[in-house]
Design a protein around this ligand. Structure first.
Ligand SMILES: [Zn+2]
Length: 92
C-alpha cells in the first residue's frame, strides 16, 4: 500500500509529511480526528501490542496547497509580463 493515505469521510484528514534518517523514504501521517476538531492533529496506530500516537500542529496538506497556489499565481504573473514584453517588442 504505497502512496498518500486516502481521506476518510467525516475525519479531519490533515497531513504531516515526515522523512526517514537516510533521506530516501517519506511517509504521510493523516489526522483521524473528526472534521473541525480543536487542538493538535493526531494519528494513532499500533506497533505490535503497543499504541503509537503522533500529534502535530500544522496541516501540511493545506500548507502545500497554499504554496502551490502561490506558485501558480507567480507563474500567471510571469506569463502576463512576458506577453506585455512581447507586445512592447512589436511596437519598436
Ligand atoms: Zn486534525
Amino acid at each position: 500500500m504505497w502512496g498518500e493515505p486516502e481521506d476518510v469521510e467525516g475525519q479531519c484528514n490533515a497531513h504531516l509529511y515526515i522523512g526517514d534518517d537516510y533521506g530516501d523514504n517519506h511517509a504521510t501521517m493523516r489526522c483521524q480526528l473528526c472534521k473541525g476538531h480543536e487542538g493538535l492533529h493526531r494519528e494513532e496506530f499500533r506497533r505490535g501490542e503497543k499504541p503509537v500516537i503522533i500529534t502535530w500542529e500544522v496541516d501540511e496538506k493545506e500548507e502545500r496547497r497554499k504554496f502551490e497556489e502561490e506558485v501558480k499565481k507567480f507563474e500567471e504573473e510571469e506569463e502576463r509580463l512576458e506577453k506585455l514584453r512581447a507586445k512592447d517588442e512589436n511596437k519598436k
